[in-house]
Design a protein around this ligand. Structure first.
Ligand code: NAD
Ligand code: ZN
Length: 248
């Protein structure tokens, strides 16, 4: 076993309150393209511009056409991978308590994690801009854009767009979880988007061990995280789970 995986297994064995912070990297193996990496959707336009609330308000049909419909098609088909399933297993083992995710794909819940803080909301649901009614994205008919609610209002993703605030409850709960955990696993996030990227800093400041799982170093590496397990989320998390399942 890789020595850093063995180290993580030993540390996770001796604690009870573990939190995870996840980013787009954990869903890449489910076929959902990340933000900054190579390939797919995001290379064709600037997400900062198209996924901005001002762009949506100015031309909702355009944002639906170039962003929401395509994301809907990708997310409708996506299934949890070994990374999501491994985190659900860690919860079932009584080790992992809360997942704070920046992802909007709903895959942690689909895998079986029960306490998931959706820091950036969700694309799995749409919300009416007039009456606030929520509709499951899978059930939305996107043949006429933008789709509308039964009240006539335009539907928008129930996600946090650029230029919008993090839902206050998600922010407060995440800060609380970060301040109280013994270990924080930081998985598949470039740790650039704020304020999500400050959760590992809060954890570290409060005395937690911070373990990163990512094929690449991030701004946290060597500064905030105790160590980086370099590799793909699915493989690394499965190796950790198998290590924990073996007898000491
Ligand atoms: P990011 O795109 O900025 O960074 C992705 C990170 O994943 C990188 O550090 C990369 O090295 C790492 N990575 C690549 N392959 C990996 C693998 N197999 N296993 C583990 N890690 C891997 O992602 P971010 O930090 O989450 O920020 C992007 C923002 O865009 C988020 O706030 C999120 O709301 C949104 N977003 C969400 C999704 C989704 O819901 N799946 C997808 C794209 C973007
Ligand atoms: Zn409505």
């Amino acid at each position: 076993m890789n020595s850093l995986i063995a180290r993580a297994v030993n540390q996770l064995r001796s604690v009870r309150n573990v939190a995870a912070l996840t980013g787009a990297g954990i869903s890449i193996e489910s076929g959902i393209p990340p933000f900054r990496g190579k390939g797919g959707l995001w290379e064709r336009f600037d997400p900062m511009e198209i996924a901005h609330i001002d762009a949506f308000l100015a031309d909702p049909a355009r944002v639906w056409r170039v962003l929401v419909k395509e994301l809907k098609d990708i997310i409708d088909r996506a299934e949890p991978n070994d990374g999501h399933k491994g985190l659900a297993r860690l919860e079932a083992m009584g080790i992992l308590k809360t997942v704070i995710t920046q992802n909007v794909d709903g895959l942690h819940q689909m895998a079986g994690n029960t306490d998931v803080i959706e820091f950036h909301g969700t694309f799995a649901w749409q919300r009416c801009t007039q009456c606030d009614k929520r509709v499951e994205t899978r059930a939305v008919d996107a043949s006429v854009l933008p789709p509308r609610c039964s009240c006539g209002g335009i539907l928008r993703p129930d996600a946090v767009l650029f230029g919008e605030m993090i839902p206050p409850v998600a922010l407060w709960r995440s800060q609380d979880v970060a301040a109280r955990c013994d270990v924080m696993l930081v998985i598949g996030t470039s740790a650039i988007v704020q304020p999500a990227a400050s959760m590992p800093i809060i954890a570290k400041q409060s005395g937690a061990i911070v373990i990163e799982i990512n094929p690449e170093p991030t701004p946290l590496t060597g500064v905030i995280s105790n160590y980086l397990i370099q590799g793909r989320a699915g493989e690394v998390i499965q190796a950790i789970v198998s290590g924990l399942e073996k007898k000491r």
